[in-house]
Design a protein around this ligand. Sequence first.
Ligand code: ADP
Length: 259
Amino acid sequence: MLITNISHELRTPLNILLSNAQLLEIYLRDDEELDIGQLRRKIEMQIRNCNRLIRLVNNFIDISKIESNHFELEPVKCNIVEVVEAITASTVEYAGIRGIDLVFDTQQEEMFICCDLDSIERIVLNLLSNAIKFTPRGGAIYVNLSMGDGYVRISVKDTGIGIPGDKIGLIFERFRQVDNLMTRKHEGSGIGLTLVKLLTEMLGGRVHVYSEANKGSEFVVELPVHTNGKTNAISSCPVNKSNEEIIQRIKLEFSDIYF
Ligand code: ADP
């Protein structure tokens, strides 16, 4: 199961990279004129598939770092509302291309917690990537923030295909997908949620899932509110990155979705 899934996940993008390169080689060999539109599409495909491989390898590395206690967190005090809202806002356009409404809402404008911003970004982008992938055109995704007793609650809820009750227990296991590898309609490695769970636990939190087949799913990440991190510096810039860097991160995390 594990070897089959990894092999498939490596082979699919590699095959695309190879066939694109072979096609370009034939064009050059036969001195044929290249259609600029076609060339652009091929290059986009190359980049997406390279991103897909990099994401897979990054996820492997991070999972093994977490499991061997070598994963370093850089906690900063931040307004989690601003952070999650910024991540959501930067993906609205991608959801829109798939005909999905992405709506952000919050109970309060400010909720300060001490947190590792990179991990938050990975967690939220992974959940959004799944929500987009498993929600058909015309659907909606709701990102909601609320305050519990000593924790903040980040909810990513979709009106997508949902998860059958007997499969919910499996989805956080590595390489597990609801759909069978041979018949599935969506690409993916099956380790996104494993990482989401491990990262959330590293941050002292928990993930819950509520889902019903054909109705939709809700993933809830609860993070502790304590603000006793290594530093008291307040991160004013939500994800501490330039626009270009954020777009690159989205392309990486969304690399198995076809837009
Ligand atoms: P993948 O790379 O396959 O998306 P994940 O670990 O992120 O891997 O998710 C594991 C499986 O859980 C997915 O293949 C899918 O079957 C199911 N799943 C995750 N999120 C959702 C969702 N929002 N709606 C329906 N199914 C989901």
